[in-house]
Design a protein around this ligand. Structure first.
Ligand SMILES: C[S@@+](CC[C@H](N)C(=O)[O-])C[C@H]1O[C@@H](n2cnc3c(N)ncnc32)[C@H](O)[C@@H]1O
Length: 209
């Protein structure tokens, strides 16, 4: 099924690309994760009713609405491009007409991912190459601080993972890879998901007070 057809089923418009007009080097452009890739990911990676998902750099909200619709879970999307954020809100209004029966909340927040205060219930974090490694480090450190305070198992899902993201997670964090999911027919070796997990029992507290 085509991308626009899948959008229609959810009542949303997420196709296309938006570049930053003022060439912001730290923030990457908008482009949605392909539906085909999401379908493949969730054949093997399952979410359940203990999960709360945050999409850092949610764009027009494709991943946010897809997960909400498929797993009926609370989802949060954060987006800093004001035009893209407005489009995400319009999508939410249309999607909600189609998904009235799903009671789980959908929160769309306007702002910087690195300023998002990680909630003690957030436990699954999605990244499709949204920003520079400097910002990624800040966001991951915010997640680590949150799990130190409120111990829980958390997952990071990276789509199209950049080498510097992988290097940082491997060398400077306690996350370990639990799965890699390749997208069928991918032309590019980065077209895959890597899922990292930090298990509750592996959380080491650095606070000795
Ligand atoms: C590649 S798109 C991914 C969209 C969506 N997550 C998906 O997979 O369909 C990355 C998005 O991150 C947004 N973005 C970039 N830097 C950001 C930041 N610091 N905080 C929040 N959003 C950001 C961009 O505007 C863009 O919409």
């Amino acid at each position: 099924m085509g991308e626009r057809k899948q959008d229609q089923l959810l009542g949303i418009r997420t196709a296309g690309i938006r570049e930053w007009k003022d060439r912001r080097v730290q923030y990457n452009r908008y482009e949605a994760t392909p539906y085909q890739a999401l379908d493949k990911l969730f054949q093997s990676y399952k979410l359940n009713n203990t999960n709360k998902v945050v999409d850092f750099g949610c764009g027009r909200g494709r991943v946010t609405f897809y997960i909400h619709n498929r797993f009926k879970l609370p989802v949060t999307g954060i987006e800093v491009n004001d035009q893209t954020y407005e489009e995400a809100l319009e999508n939410k209004a249309r999607y909600r007409q189609k998904a009235k029966h799903i009671s789980a909340p959908i929160q769309l927040k306007y702002g910087l991912a690195e300023h998002y205060k990680v909630k003690e219930v957030d436990n699954c974090f999605y990244f499709f190459n949204p920003f520079s490694i400097q910002i990624f480090k800040k966001v991951v450190n915010n997640i680590l601080r949150s799990v130190e305070k409120e111990k829980r198992t958390v997952d990071l899902i990276l789509y199209y993972p950049m080498p510097e993201y992988k290097k940082f997670l491997q060398t400077s964090t306690p996350f370990t890879i639990i799965n890699k999911v390749r997208v069928p027919g991918a032309k590019d070796q980065n077209e895959k998901f890597i899922i990292y997990r930090l298990r509750e029992e592996d959380i080491v507290s650095t606070d000795d007070s």
